[in-house]
Design a protein around this ligand. Structure first.
Ligand SMILES: NC(=O)c1ccc[n+]([C@@H]2O[C@H](COP(=O)([O-])OP(=O)(O)OC[C@H]3O[C@@H](n4cnc5c(N)ncnc54)[C@H](OP(=O)(O)O)[C@@H]3O)[C@@H](O)[C@H]2O)c1
Length: 249
C-alpha cells in the first residue's frame, strides 16, 4: 500500500468548521482515515461532518478558549495518530492600538490553547507511537506586514513550540511539524479582503507566481505530514506560498 494512505488511523482536526481545517478533515477522510472534528459553529461543523466519507468519525463542537469545553474535548478523545491544529484567528492591528486584551485575543487561540491541548493529550497518553502533529504557521512569521505584530508573533511562537515538541516526543516516534502558508482563499482571506481596498489586495495577489493558495493546497501538505510518507520529517516547517517569497514580482 502507498505510504501516503491514512487507513485505520485516527486524527483530531481543530478549526474544522471552516476553511483549511474543513478541507484537512475531508482530505483525511478521503485517504481512509477516521477524524474527530472540532470547531465553534455547530452548523458549519455539521456541514463538514456531512462531507466526510463513512468511518469512525466524530464531531465535537467546542470553544477552545473555554477551559471546561477544552477538558471535555480532551477527555473524549480516543488514541490518536495525529493532530492538525487549524483553529486560529487573524486580527490585524497597528502597534499603537495593541493592549493586553488584544494580545490575549490573538495568542490565546493561536498559541496558548494549542500548547494546552497538546499538553493534555500528552498527559493522557493519547498519542499512538508514530503519531504526527501539524501546526498552522504563516509566512507572516518571517515576512512581516504592517498590523501583523500579534499574528506574526503568535505564528513564530507556535513554530518554536512545534520544534520543542519534536525534540520531546521523538522517543515515541511522534513527529511535529508546521505548515507555513501565504495567502489561502478561505473565509479568513475573505475577511482580510473586506478589510483592505481592492487595489491593495490586487497588488498583493499579483506577487504570487502560482497565484494564491486554496484550502486543498494546504490540506494536501497536511496529509503528507500525517502519513508515513513523511516519517523522516520532524521539527521542520514547510512553506506553501505559490512562489511569493521568491520576491521576483
Ligand atoms: N487563510 C490564510 O490565508 C492562512 C494563511 C496562513 C495561515 N493560516 C492559518 O491557518 C489556520 C486556518 O485558517 P483558515 O484560513 O482556515 O481560517 P478560517 O476559515 O477563519 O477558520 C478558522 C477556524 O478556527 C476556528 N476557531 C477560531 N477561534 C476558535 C475558538 N476560540 N475555539 C475553537 N475554534 C476556533 C474557527 O471556528 P468557528 O468558525 O466555528 O468559529 C474556524 O474553524 C489558522 O491558524 C490561520 O492562521 C491561514
Amino acid at each position: 500500500m502507498t505510504p501516503f494512505h491514512l487507513t485505520n488511523k485516527t486524527f483530531l482536526v481543530t478549526g474544522a468548521s471552516s476553511g483549511i481545517g474543513r478541507q484537512v478533515a475531508i482530505g483525511i477522510s478521503e485517504m481512509g482515515g477516521n477524524v474527530i472534528i472540532t470547531g465553534r459553529d455547530k452548523i458549519r461543523l455539521e456541514e463538514t461532518f456531512s462531507l466526510l466519507k463513512s468511518g469512525d468519525n466524530k464531531s465535537v463542537s467546542a470553544d477552545l478558549l473555554d477551559n471546561d469545553s477544552l477538558n471535555v474535548l480532551a477527555d473524549q478523545l480516543p488514541a490518536l495518530d495525529g493532530v492538525v491544529n487549524c483553529a486560529g484567528i487573524v486580527n490585524p492591528l497597528p502597534v499603537k492600538f495593541i493592549t493586553e486584551k488584544k494580545i490575549h485575543e490573538t495568542f490565546d487561540i493561536n498559541y496558548n490553547v494549542q500548547v494546552i491541548l497538546m499538553a493534555q493529550i500528552a498527559r493522557q497518553k493519547k498519542l499512538n507511537k508514530g503519531a504526527s502533529i501539524v501546526f498552522m504557521s504563516s509566512i507572516s512569521a518571517q515576512h512581516p506586514h504592517k498590523g501583523g505584530a500579534l499574528y506574526a508573533g503568535s505564528k513564530a511562537a507556535i513554530e518554536a513550540f512545534s520544534k520543542v515538541l519534536a525534540l520531546e516526543f521523538f522517543p515515541q516516534k511522534v513527529r511535529s511539524n508546521c505548515l507555513c502558508a501565504a495567502m489561502v482563499k478561505s473565509p479568513m482571506y475573505d475577511k482580510a479582503e473586506a478589510q483592505g481596498t481592492k487595489e491593495q489586495m490586487d497588488a498583493h495577489v499579483n506577487k504570487y507566481p502560482l497565484g494564491t493558495g486554496t484550502p486543498e493546497d494546504v490540506a494536501n501538505a497536511a496529509i503528507f505530514l500525517l502519513s508515513d510518507a513523511s516519517k523522516w520529517i520532524t521539527g521542520t516547517t514547510i512553506t506553501l506560498d505559490g512562489g511569493f517569497l521568491l520576491g521576483g514580482l
